[in-house]
Design a protein around this ligand. Structure first.
Ligand code: GUN
Length: 295
């Protein structure tokens, strides 16, 4: 068997056309959606993600306001920056790139963001709304994963899903989204993690595996049920002397071997990554509409 590739770039491109049309409609009414990105420090991965987010804004007609500060910015200064962005009428969405430097309390900063501008969906108000089935903003990577499953013809309803990873950004919210009682979800969900016993046996139960542990090629092909659908959220740099830059990206799944067992799989790069950024654009458009009482 050779698995079908779930093409995140192509699915993202389709959704981006929908977003660009929505942005144009708003702009014609004198409202240009605006996203503020806040980047602290000089982590190359974070710089690269934020760069892609700014580029996507430019392509879709969304204003982007880039705040870049050194790693020694104090928590107080960051909180006052968030406060200013909360009050700025040109800013409809605020994204504080995580992780933050160790001296800053991440939860305190997320709590300071106006929930109506929290396009990441990380504010406890928005996390709670997701849990009770009344989402305001769905976190971007989980939302992108649901789109990938539906638009590739692999709806999760009634299927056994194993999520490997329990982060606040991916594992926990995607599990919460999938277990909801609605046509987009209705899955039976298990959340496994670093302390799970007999992980291979648990993964083997899954019709759909969502790998979000951040460890290169951790999930092996012989852990997969034949015909499983694999969504690989991992984005790990590994050394590769055949590349000029000396590294390449791999996911959390042993991709080449998994191709022979799975029925469908997302590549890395080109699977989940483009969807995360696209869903951020969806959420920013939605924030602008809601703030202005449109739609
Ligand atoms: N760091 C890794 N993923 C994300 C994300 O989706 N949003 C933010 N703000 N930071 C991240």
């Amino acid at each position: 068997m050779s698995a079908a590739l779930i093409d995140g770039k192509q699915i993202a491109a389709t959704i981006r056309v929908e977003v660009a049309n929505g942005v144009r409609e708003l702009t014609e009414q004198g409202i240009t959606p605006g996203l503020a990105t806040v980047l602290i420090g000089d982590d190359p991965g974070s710089h690269s993600y934020v760069g892609m987010k700014k580029k996507a804004c430019g392509e879709l007609g969304i204003n982007s306001f880039a705040e870049e500060h050194s790693a020694d910015m104090s928590e107080e200064e960051l909180l006052s920056l968030v406060d200013r962005l909360n009050g700025d009428p040109a800013v409809h969405g605020i994204l504080v790139q995580l992780p933050l430097p160790g001296h800053i309390d991440e939860q305190k900063v997320l709590l300071a963001i106006d929930p109506a501008k929290d396009v990441d969906g990380f504010h406890p108000d928005n996390v709670g709304r997701l849990m009770v089935g009344q989402p305001r903003f769905t976190p971007c990577t989980p939302a992108g994963i649901l789109e990938l499953l539906h638009r590739s013809g692999n709806p999760p309803g009634g299927r056994e899903v194993v999520v490997v990873g329990r982060s606040n950004i991916v594992g926990k919210p995607v599990a919460m989204l999938l277990v909801q009682k609605n046509d987009k979800a209705n899955a039976t969900v298990t959340v496994a993690h670093s302390r799970t016993q007999d992980l291979p046996d648990i993964v083997r139960r899954a019709d759909i595996v969502i790998a979000a542990i951040g460890s290169p090629r951790f999930i092996k092909a012989d852990w997969l049920k034949p015909g499983a659908v694999v969504i690989d959220v991992g984005s790990n740099r590994v050394e590769d002397s055949t590349r000029e830059r000396g590294w390449r990206m791999v996911g959390d799944v042993d991709f080449e071997a998994a191709l022979e067992v799975a029925s469908a799989i997302t590549p890395v790069p080109g699977g989940v990554g483009p969807m995360t950024i696209t869903m951020l654009m969806v959420n920013t458009l939605q924030a602008a509409r809601t703030i202005h009482g449109i739609g």
